[in-house]
Every structure is written in structure tokens, then in C-alpha cells.
Ligand binder design. Structure first.
Ligand SMILES: Nc1ncnc2c1ncn2[C@@H]1O[C@H](COP(=O)(O)OP(=O)(O)OP(=O)(O)O)[C@@H](O)[C@H]1O
Ligand SMILES: [Mg+2]
Length: 497
């Protein structure tokens, strides 16, 4: 299990419940936590004490969390700042990063992300104090998250790419070779094959490694915002643009801009992007002057871009510009020999994240995994392992933990899609389809667990019994879902297995 550095943390949020939740979460990590409800209180604490990490909500009763950041820059009363912004306000987040925030989290805050962000902040502080503040931003799946630390700190992305199959050795060699040039890279591959990991590796191996890595999900930005998100906007460009703000191109200056799901870029935007690439200059919305951009472009797609070009949905000229160097991430079925190594590495990662011991995997379970068809590739494998970890109660994962025998509730060998038209509307599926199934299921599970825990006065053993789980399964779920537990040792009664 990873050792977490201990830190002093100041948490600023005006919502008492949220403040307590963050506080408890960080206390459980062993940190020393001080909480404040507004800017004034936060300033008092900062005047009295130096903090390793400051976590602040953006909108506070007496001003913007950003103001604290300005003060910090001047006086250095805290080393690293993590800003919490409302969902969909990417511009605030970019602004925060530019002002020197280390990272930002989007509401509702995932406690696991909160813990990870604090850990990353502490690590980066120790690892390289001179790292530029605005190193990495990310905008994925409609949810904005920026990860400064992920690129520069810890293991290089290239080393995190697992696989000894020829095709993997080739791709790793090519990454190192092409990294140093400015040429645009297009990464093509099925979903879950590690396109983003490869993009980070290209950045990491390049001389821009110390600069920002900004990841943008091209399909997740509303069309009416896309231009200002990419190129920035000058004050007064549109209603609500009350001050100048930068876009992703400016945020990635000196680093790498990762255009994920480039195939989803709206057609109108494709022409604008092409122009920027050709001229290497951007003009912010409502701006008069163009500014030079020094950005390396890496794009990725799980769709067949040449087919999109053929069907007229993707501009051919843009395709040629982006596809100067093509890297193809192979599907898992093209490299089954890598499976055992991947399983071990992914298990290690998952267990480390949730603080449980890494189990063995039986030969039978491995053999069973080898026979699976995994269209979601490494990501799907990761999900399977996560599920098995939650179900298993032994030291070794067996085929049954993967649902191998249960044909009814387990994973069927082959899913026959229902005849589409009428069936969908006539079944309950039409009720409410969540945007993200996993998040939805996690929320449901979290609610049930919390209810059971509360009713059992946070005695995990009792709550587990109520839900037909054993303690190990319960602890795993609590960790995975980031459920904050009271730190009081009196609650930890029967928790030694
Ligand atoms: N070769 C690999 N070695 C180790 N981990 C990998 C590898 N490939 C993918 N992963 C892991 O699998 C998950 C999915 O990878 P990633 O997000 O890079 O895939 P992707 O191709 O961008 O998928 P999508 O098309 O679904 O966005 C991540 O957790 C990543 O770390
Ligand atoms: Mg991806």
C-alpha cells in the first residue's frame, strides 16, 4: 500500500455539510485539517498558520476563492491550492489554473478524486518544487477535471504502458521517437485501449514535459461554447463575458493540447481549428489581435476518421493536418499474451487506490479471462477486476468471482441485442437513462451503503451483515465509493479481521 504523506490542509466551503464531508475525508487520510466558511475566516487562518494544501470552493459568500489564490501567490501562505468549481464552469477552472491553482475539482466532488488531488499536490511539492503551476488541464466527458500532477509526477506515462507484445513494444518505441518533434500525432484505437495514456506518454517524452498537458474532450463541449473554450474570449465578447479569459489553446501554451474524440468535433469548428493549425495563431472571441500559439497537438479517436472523411462528416484537409504521425493502440485481443501482466498491474493499482491487500489470481481465472471477448479492452478488464475484487472474499480471485458460473446474473458469453424499435420503449429502460451508467450505479450503491451504515451507527460489520456482505467486501466498497467514515476509533470496533 502506498504511504501517504501527512499534511496540513485548509478547507474553505460555505456549505457546512460539504465542509464536514471534506474534513472527515482528509482527517481519515491522517491530515491535519482546519476549516473555514468564507474568505475572511480563511484569511485569518492563513495569517496564523502555513498550510501545505488549500482547498477552496470557488463561490464564497464574501467573494471568489480565486482571491485567496492571488493572496497566496503574493505571500505563499500555502503551498498548493485546489479549487472546487461548479459543474460546467470550465472557464473558472482554466482561470484558476492560470492563477496558479494546482488542480481543480468539479462539483459534486468525488471524494476519491479529492484524496487523489491532495496526494498529488503533496507529492509534486516534494518531487519538484519548481514545476510550473498551470501544468495540466483536462476536460472530459462533460466534467472538467485538471490534473497537474499526473504528467510530471510519479512514474512516466511511458512506463505505465503495460505490454510486451510486439505491437506494444513498437508503439512504445515510436512514442519515444516522435515525441521530440512538433508534428501532430493522431492516436487511433478502440475504446479503452490506452489512447489517453499514449497521449500523455508522447507529452512526457517530449521536451515539453515540464509544460502543461491539456486534455479536451471534443464531444463534450456544448456547440455554442466551443469556440470560446478553445480560443478564449475577450471582455464583452458576449453577454456574461465580463472579463478576458483564455481558452484551451492559451492554457496549453508551451505544452501539449490533447484533442480527445476528435471525430466528434462539430463540422463548423473543424474549419476554425484548421485555420489555427495552419497559421499557428489564435484570435480570442471578440478579440482584435491574433496571438501566436506554441502548442503541440495530439488527437485521438475511437472512430474511423477516414470513413468520416469519406462520408463528408470530417474535413479531409483537417484530417491530413492532424494525421501527420499515426499511432494505433492495439485491441486487447491482438495481444492476449499481455493479459497476465495487465491483470497483475491493474489489480495492484486498484488495491492501492482502495487500500486493500492485492489478491492472487488463480490460473483458472486467468484462463477464463483469456477466453473473454472484451470490446472495452483494458478499461473493461479493469472494470471486471474491480467487480471481482468486490465480490471475492478470499486471498485468490477465482472464476466465480468474475461471475463465470452464474449465467443469469453474471456476464453472458454473448449479449444478443434486443430488436430495437418497440422493445426499448415498452420496457422500463425508457425511464431515466443516466448519462454515465457507472456513476449512476455508484450513486445508488453509495446511498444504500450510507443508509445501512447510519442505521448501524457506522458499525461496518453490522451494516455488512444487513446487506449480506462480509466485512472485507464492505470495506472495499466503502473505500471505492469514497464514503467518509467517522474517524473515532470507537467506531472501528470489530474491524480487525
Ligand atoms: N497498455 C496499458 N497499460 C496499462 N494500463 C492501460 C493500458 N491501456 C489502457 N490502460 C488503462 O485503461 C484505462 C483506459 O485507458 P485510456 O483512457 O487511455 O483509454 P482510451 O483509449 O482513451 O479509451 P476511450 O476511448 O474509452 O476514451 C485507463 O485506466 C488506462 O490507464
Ligand atoms: Mg479516451
Amino acid at each position: 500500500m502506498a504511504v501517504n504523506p501527512i499534511a496540513s490542509v485548509l478547507v474553505v466551503d460555505d456549505e457546512p455539510d460539504l465542509r464536514t464531508l471534506y474534513e472527515l475525508t482528509l482527517l481519515r487520510e491522517g491530515h491535519q485539517v482546519v476549516a473555514a466558511g468564507d474568505l475572511a475566516q480563511a484569511r485569518d487562518h492563513l495569517a496564523q498558520q502555513h498550510f501545505d494544501v488549500l482547498i477552496t470552493d470557488m463561490r464564497l459568500p464574501d467573494g471568489l476563492g480565486l482571491e485567496l489564490l492571488h493572496a497566496l501567490n503574493a505571500e505563499r501562505r500555502a503551498e498548493k491550492c485546489i479549487v472546487i468549481t461548479a459543474y460546467g464552469s470550465a472557464e473558472n477552472a482554466v482561470e484558476a489554473l492560470k492563477t496558479g491553482a494546482f488542480d481543480y475539482l468539479t462539483k459534486p466532488v468525488d471524494l476519491k478524486q479529492l484524496r487523489a488531488a491532495v496526494r498529488a499536490a503533496l507529492q509534486s511539492q516534494r518531487a519538484r518544487p519548481e514545476m510550473p503551476a498551470n501544468a495540466i488541464g483536462a476536460h472530459r466527458h462533460g466534467q472538467a477535471t485538471a490534473h497537474l500532477a499526473a504528467a510530471g509526477v510519479g512514474t512516466r506515462a511511458l512506463d505505465r504502458i503495460i505490454g510486451q507484445a510486439d505491437c506494444m513494444l513498437q508503439i512504445k518505441a515510436r512514442i519515444e521517437k516522435v515525441a521530440s518533434s512538433m508534428a501532430p500525432v493522431l492516436i487511433a484505437g478502440e475504446s479503452g485501449t490506452g489512447k489517453e495514456l499514449v497521449a500523455r506518454a508522447v507529452h512526457d517524452c517530449s521536451h515539453r514535459a515540464a509544460g502543461p498537458f491539456v486534455a479536451v474532450n471534443c464531444g463534450a463541449i456544448p456547440e455554442n461554447l466551443i469556440e470560446s473554450e478553445f480560443f478564449g474570449a475577450r471582455k464583452g465578447a458576449f453577454t456574461g463575458a465580463s472579463q478576458d479569459r483564455d481558452g484551451y489553446f492559451q492554457a496549453a501554451r508551451g505544452g501539449t493540447l490533447f484533442l480527445d474524440e476528435i471525430g466528434d468535433l462539430p463540422f463548423a469548428m473543424q474549419a476554425k481549428l484548421l485555420r489555427v493549425i495552419q497559421e499557428r495563431r489564435v484570435r480570442a472571441l471578440g478579440g482584435v489581435q491574433e496571438e501566436a500559439v506554441d502548442v503541440r497537438l495530439v488527437s485521438a479517436t475511437h472512430r474511423d476518421l477516414s470513413a468520416l472523411v469519406a462520408s463528408g462528416d470530417f474535413r479531409q484537409d483537417l484530417f491530413y493536418r492532424l494525421n501527420v504521425i499515426e499511432l494505433r493502440t492495439p485491441a486487447l485481443r491482438e495481444r492476449t499474451q499481455d493479459l497476465p501482466e495487465l491483470v497483475r498491474a491493474l489489480l495492484r493499482k486498484l488495491c492501492e487506490e482502495s487500500g486493500v491487500a492485492v489478491p492472487e489470481v488463480s490460473a483458472a481465472a486467468l484462463a477464463w479471462l483469456q477466453t473473454r471477448d472484451l470490446p472495452g479492452n483494458v478499461r473493461e478488464l479493469e472494470n471486471l477486476l474491480q467487480r471481482a475484487l468486490a465480490l471475492s472474499n478470499g486471498q485468490t480471485l477465482e472464476p466465480a468471482d468474475f461471475g463465470a458460473q452464474e449465467t443469469s446474473v453474471g456476464l453472458p458469453e454473448k449479449i444478443t441485442p434486443p430488436a430495437f424499435q418497440d422493445t426499448v420503449t415498452s420496457t422500463q429502460v425508457s425511464a431515466d437513462i443516466p448519462d454515465d451508467l457507472q456513476t449512476y450505479l455508484d450513486d445508488q450503491e453509495r446511498q444504500v451503503l450510507l443508509k445501512a451504515l447510519k442505521e448501524a451507527d457506522f458499525n461496518r460489520t453490522a451494516a455488512a451483515a444487513r446487506l449480506g456482505l462480509n466485512l472485507r467486501q464492505m470495506r472495499y466498497r466503502i473505500q471505492r465509493l469514497g464514503i467518509a467514515m467517522p474517524k473515532d476509533p470507537a467506531f472501528d470496533d470489530a474491524d480487525t479481521e
